[in-house]
Design a binder for this molecule. Structure first.
Ligand code: H79
Length: 428
């Protein structure tokens, strides 16, 4: 057992770099439709109860029919492995307040459906078997079922809400159940803290630390109590960010399953996103929204499988990558990811003849350049142009990309990366 330092605690997260988010709950059965009509979604189809102002007594009826017979935790986790994801984060309870596990705290849970299976338990066991880090999403503030939970103002009077009562009756004890009954939890992903009172957030963080000292807490517990910064949904920071952080992203435009959202990102867009995030020092948490039968939409599956095949051969450039300071210029041909003593050029837009790619104002001496997939050594030159006070690195690629998604070259360097700051370059 190592020491309980923050570095030790973050180690798996920094190694992983790529995780799969799963949004799945009663809303999956609706797929964005209520009584035959599409409910316009502010954020995603998992918001249907709020967006449609569906009365809790009517929404509750979905539970009576919920029977996702195709759900197979082992198959889902096998797929996460195939996709190249290293952790899986599952919505144990989203804003609708419905627990997807056997909760003694509230009957509003999956055991009281025709399905009657503890999905959190099945996923936890499957992850354990496959070496995937199992993480749980829990909406600690919003709960549209509970009269005292935040958010439901169409059934319940906002003025009469007693959030503290909700916290002690449901949120806190449910988090306790989740961190007690399902083995080791890699991370608990809190969300939408809004104006949650500081003392209760403190208490929640303390509870997690007491029950599972190694469990990470997402930044959205609020008040800087998290172990890492959670970027905004579907947002990637402009610049490299030298702390621990994660960007949660959707594969189409919704988190929960929607029957009509077909705005899928391509595999190539996903790889670009992954390189962008990992190059800047973060983790990508990419979402899947299984449908009302418990199946991963075929489109998601095919896209993520392609990304997985890329990672199978090029994972070295992503997993365990370290944050890289921004280079002086944008790399319009793609991007870079870093490791000690080397970095990886990800050629996303393959060059035409003469198949040359340049990086300007890299001062560090390059020792060797090879293609990651084939090991083929590439010719390169490095020079310093005295009149312009500019460093130039040119690498010569083969005529054809080795991978249609991303041709990765390993650039071995002498010592740490050093750039020539643009501000020091002669102005005139
Ligand atoms: O779980 C996924 C989303 O459901 C959840 N976060 C990801 C990971 C999420 N919660 N809130 N949001 C996303 C943003 C929601 C914004 C809005 Fe609204 C909802 C805009 C309009 C309705 C709440 C009410 C904020 C402004 C008014």
């Amino acid at each position: 057992m190592g020491e309980h330092t923050q570095d030790n605690k973050m180690a798996w997260f920094r190694q992983a770099r790529y995780g799969i988010f799963i949004h799945w709950g009663l809303y999956a059965q609706l797929g964005g439709f209520w009584k035959g009509e599409r409910v316009s979604a502010f954020d995603g189809a998992e918001w249907i109860m709020r967006d449609g102002q569906i009365p809790v007594e009517e929404y509750r009826q979905i539970a009576k029919e919920f029977n996702p017979v195709d759900f197979d935790a082992e198959e889902i986790v096998d797929r996460v492995v195939q996709y190249g994801g290293k952790y899986l984060c599952f919505t144990a309870k989203h804003h609708d307040g419905f627990a997807m596990y056997d909760s003694k705290v509230s009957d509003y849970n999956i055991m009281h459906t025709p399905f009657g299976r503890d999905v959190v338990k099945e996923l936890a066991e499957a992850c354990q078997k496959r070496g995937i880090v199992f993480c749980l999403y829990y909406s600690q503030m919003q709960d549209w079922e509970d009269p005292d939970g935040d958010g439901n103002t169409w059934d319940y009077d906002k003025e009469k809400k007693d959030f503290q009562a909700y916290f002690y009756r449901k949120a806190r004890p449910q988090v306790e159940e989740l961190l007690t009954n399902y083995g080791k939890i890699g991370m608990i992903w809190f969300d939408t803290p809004y104006d949650m009172p500081r003392d209760l957030s403190d208490e929640l963080a303390q509870l997690v630390h007491d029950l599972q000292p190694e469990c990470l807490i997402s930044g959205r517990i609020g008040y800087g109590l998290g172990d890492f910064r959670e970027m905004n949904d579907n947002n990637i920071p402009h610049n490299a960010f030298m702390e621990d952080w994660e960007s949660p992203m959707t594969l189409n435009n919704t988190w929960g399953y929607s029957r009509v959202d077909h705005h899928w990102k391509s595999a190539s867009q996903v790889v670009r996103m992954l390189v962008n995030v990992v190059g800047k020092g973060g983790n990508l948490l990419l979402n899947i929204g299984p449908d009302g039968r418990g199946q991963i939409p075929q489109e998601s599956h095919e896209i993520l499988l392609q990304v997985g095949k890329f990672l199978e051969k090029n994972g070295e450039s992503i997993y365990g990558a370290i944050p890289m300071a921004d280079m002086p210029y944008e790399n319009q041909w793609g991007g870079c990811t870093g490791k000690p003593g080397r970095f990886y050029m990800h050629v996303l837009d393959y060059p035409d003849e003469p198949y040359e790619i340049r990086i300007y104002n890299l001062k560090t001496k390059v020792k060797r350049v090879t293609l990651l997939e084939t090991g083929e050594e590439l010719k390169f030159v490095q020079l310093y142009e005295i009149a312009r006070d500019e460093y130039r690195f040119r690498a010569f690629f083969p005529e054809k990309p080795v991978n249609a998604l991303d041709t990765v070259a390993v650039v071995e360097t002498e010592g740490p990366l050093e750039y020539h700051d643009l501000r020091t370059i002669y102005a005139k």
